[in-house]
Design a protein around this ligand. Structure first.
Ligand code: PLP
Length: 256
């Protein structure tokens, strides 16, 4: 952003510092002496200038949910060495773009997307080799599960509508698909607690699914769970990665 000037920028920096400090304090308190989970600050809809302020405040991991917006920010902020996490529902035709900047995808919810990401990673490595660039590291894949316990197992098009997420019964199949795909690293599981239910129940279910995934790939122990409203429940359940947006950045702008 070019508007705002020095004083506007300084005011925003103070605001983000205070909000980030409050979230870090909540995470530390919820962790109660255990190692705190990784904090991913979800910067969707907010300008690159905010991401730069957050990087100055020690944030290393940011989350985005739309490819166009994420690609533009990652290009503008390439000097910061941030890790970019793609957390939104993803169409297969975005895979090629996403693997250019993303270190991880938290929304892997169907075999077709696993295939598309694998193909995109192979193409990306070939592009880098041809351009004399160093290879990138494998893409960390979190399998996203729908945590509404009452959804039928055979919902057609799982992961293509609504909030997304595979059915828990699909955990083994999806985990094996990622583990068998060169260029992808099975990191673990991801879930969003359903509205109107106790997040503790949802995160308990996610931890049980994590057990299934670890039985396929023991190193895939990451659990991406917890947003602004339910981070304490996620930490208590054993989350390793929190995805926090509005409590750090403020209410999201209505646009978009
Ligand atoms: C937007 C978003 C978040 C952050 O939500 P807040 O409530 O703003 O903290 C986390 N996870 C996903 C998948 C999101 O889309």
């Amino acid at each position: 952003m070019s508007s705002g000037g020095v004083s506007g920028g300084a005011a925003r920096a103070r605001e983000l510092e205070a909000r980030l400090g409050a979230v870090r304090a909540r995470v530390a308190e919820a962790s109660a002496g255990r190692p705190a989970p990784d904090l991913i600050v979800v910067t969707k809809y907010f300008p690159a200038s905010d991401v730069r302020i957050l990087a100055d405040l020690g944030v290393t991991d940011v989350g985005e949910n739309r490819d166009q917006e994420a690609a533009a920010k990652a290009a503008e902020l390439g000097d910061l060495g941030l890790r970019w996490h793609f957390i939104g529902q993803m169409q297969t035709n975005k895979a090629k773009s996403v693997v250019r900047y993303a270190d991880s995808v938290h929304s892997v919810d169907r075999p077709a997307l696993v295939g598309a990401l694998g193909k995109a990673m192979a193409a990306e490595q070939a592009r880098r080799t041809a351009g004399g660039m160093p290879a990138r590291s494998d893409l960390d894949c979190f399998l996203q599960f729908a945590l509404d316990a009452d959804r039928p197992a055979s919902t057609p098009g799982s992961g293509t509508g609504g909030r997304g997420g595979a059915h828990p019964d699909e955990a083994g199949e999806l985990a094996r698909a990622v583990a068998a795909t060169p260029g992808l690293r099975l990191a673990g599981v991801m879930g969003v607690a359903p509205l109107g239910a106790d997040p503790a129940d949802a995160f308990d279910l996610l931890l049980r699914i994590s057990g299934t995934v670890r039985s396929v790939e023991p190193s895939a122990a990451a659990v991406s769970a917890g947003m602004s409203g339910d981070l304490e429940a996620a930490v208590a359940a054993g989350a390793t990665h929190l995805r926090i947006g509005s409590d750090v950045l403020g209410p999201r702008p209505a646009v978009g």
